[in-house]
Design a protein around this ligand. Structure first.
Ligand SMILES: NC(=O)C1=CN([C@@H]2O[C@H](COP(=O)(O)OP(=O)(O)OC[C@H]3O[C@@H](n4cnc5c(N)ncnc54)[C@H](O)[C@@H]3O)[C@@H](O)[C@H]2O)C=CC1
Ligand SMILES: CC(=O)C(C)=O
Length: 265
């Protein structure tokens, strides 16, 4: 079945920032491919979108597996008939003090965060190429990748995670140059401290080490936020909706920092 709507795929759409992006892009008129490793939360995300009158398809995928990502993206295009935007959002954020990094954790986090970004771009590209720009400046597809404030500056205990987020900015810039002639833009978003299960996991570790509560752990990170509060997933989704929409058509290769003023460039 095809839809008249533009179509966006969001990886890691089952919870946190990905869920907020999926819901927001649905509100903006996109049909949504909700991809996640967790089939149950992917289904719940798609159901929530459908319940509010939107269109969505849930697909279980491990973004670290290239073939699976291609199959998942193909399934969404088969269902909705086209692809306009891919948001490579899925990621892992373990705390890794530098002396405790193992080959296993290094490979696992790079495979998901960096590999997942490569495979998402490649899988989307196949479908973006189905439409040709009629003239210079016409945009036929948008790649949007999750980086982080931790991809701008080194963060304590996040050497592996931070390295993946620096890498994603590099991939984003290179894709912008490589794919511009095809009418494809490439952007990244760099959230700060966002109240999600990932950030709660990071904050809980600090809290446990100090015999404190999760909220105390989150507030340790909040101290660095110039605007004085940590962000909600919807703060990030609002900016990603700008990157997915026509108002950002003349932007490519940029990393939009949405961190309440933690990092000034
Ligand atoms: N929460 C924060 O403060 C920040 C988060 N980010 C980035 O934003 C993105 C989303 O983060 P959160 O929502 O906080 O994370 P989260 O951990 O709350 O949610 C991540 C989602 O991705 C899915 N996922 C994980 N591995 C996967 C895989 N191999 N294949 C498919 N799906 C997979 C999970 O099932 C989950 O639904 C991540 O890339 C993260 O690095 C960036 C800056 C700050
Ligand atoms: C999880 C993350 O991206 C942070 C702390 O910036």
């Amino acid at each position: 079945m095809t839809t008249g709507k533009k179509v966006a795929i969001v990886t890691g759409a089952g919870q946190g920032i990905g869920l907020a992006i999926a819901v927001r892009l649905s509100r903006e008129g996109f049909a949504i491919g909700c991809l996640d490793y967790n089939a149950e939360t992917a289904e719940a995300a798609a159901d929530a979108i459908i319940a509010t009158g939107g269109e969505a398809l849930a697909v279980k995928v491990d973004v670290a597996q290239r073939d699976d990502v291609f199959k998942a993206v193909d399934a969404v295009v088969q269902r909705f008939g086209r692809l306009d935007v891919i948001v490579n959002n899925a990621g892992l954020g373990p705390t890794t003090p530098i002396e405790e990094i193992t080959p296993e954790i290094y490979h696992k986090v790079f495979d998901v965060n960096v590999g997942g970004t490569y495979w998402g771009i490649q899988a989307a590209l196949k479908h973006f190429k189905a439409r040709k720009p009629e003239k210079a400046g016409d945009i036929v597809g948008k790649i949007i990748n999750a980086s982080s404030q931790a991809g701008q500056v080194g963060n304590p205990d996040l050497a592996v995670y931070g390295a993946t987020k620096f890498a994603i900015r590099g991939i984003t810039q290179t894709a912008a140059k490589d794919l511009a002639p095809l009418g494809i833009t490439s952007s990244a978003y760099c959230p700060g401290i966002v109240r999600t299960p990932m950030m709660e996991g990071i904050a809980q570790k600090v809290a446990d080490e100090n015999g404190q509560t999760l909220e105390w752990g989150l507030q340790q990170w909040a101290k660095n936020v110039t605007l004085g509060r940590i962000s909600e997933p919807e703060d990030v989704a609002a900016c990603v909706s700008f990157l997915a929409g026509p108002d950002s058509d003349y932007m490519t290769g940029q990393a939009l920092i949405i961190d309440g003023g933690m990092v000034f460039n």
